[in-house]
Design a protein around this ligand. Sequence first.
Ligand code: DAH
Length: 354
Amino acid sequence: MNELDLNSDAMKEVAEQQSAFTQTLEQTEDLKALEALRVSTLGRKGWVKKAFDLVKKVPGEQRKAVAQHLNEMKSSVEAALDQAEVRIATQAIEKQVESEWIDWTMPSTMDTQGALHPLTIIERNCIKVLQQLGFEVVEGPEVETPFHNFDALNIPEHHPARDMQDTFWLQDNFLLRSHTSTVQIRALEAAKAEGRDLPLKIVAPGRVYRNETVDATHLACFHQFEGLWVDHDVTFSELKAVLEFTVREIFGDAWELRFKPKFYPYTEPSIGIDIRLKDQDGQGAGKWLTILGAGMVHEHVFENTGFDPKTTKGFAFGLGVSRIVAMAYGVESMRSLYESDLRVHQRLSVLGNA
Ligand code: DAH
């Protein structure tokens, strides 16, 4: 029997198996085949394992050298397998990228265009109408203080109006504004601070938040629109004229309109405007829907913002934009306005100029 040492036939055979392995590895193109090769090499019945079985048969003085040689071979086989895995995975990705490549610069085959959200369309429409009357667009923060949302608007603590508008409270006594009437206070404060001359005529569109159970007509977040006109001698008849003009401009003649008495703590007297669709004969039909609250600014509001109620008069109004959009677009559930439902966007508006 041949002496088992590094130059023995058995070890030559191991070397041949290694070079056969290297060749097979170079030709391996997929991970499954690679795994099979790994098993037939390093597995329990693999040739590397068998090569190590030889060590026992090596005489003492040669054993260390043979064992070291085999250990090095095993490490290089393992490293080669790992490298091949990276190579195959990279090739697979490159192949995929090549076959799925898209030229983003090619013209699109779709002929549909993006469009403004109905809420934006109606909001801009309202703004346009009021800008014709000299109103300036301003914005207020959505995170507010109880002073701007309640106290300054003559809604003291324990006032039922505070319950009516269930509020989302935040940390440090901040809240999410429950109406855009907050902007009345901010605009009056700013006018006072900057010493601006009257008249003050502002419109303030934006989101408001109520802690309500969501259903078809109640949402936790929706859009409103505030208006405020303050001067030394503004009267109720001007309020009526401005609102009538505005509602007519927005809704056109297809709708019947009525004023009704209402109560708001920050206006005195207070009114609401309802509208309903007319039928073909021009007669009112359908349900009355309140779209707007308004009134002559309460003297406490002027006092709370540093104005003299004897020489300062004004009117304010708040419009529910979401409700108007739902009506205009014939959307039964206001919620769908906030759900990116394309059917809402594609619906033709029943409002003349929307
Ligand atoms: N803030 C009221 C609401 O959220 C709407 C409103 C009513 C606004 C009367 C006003 C007003 O400016 O004068 O329902």
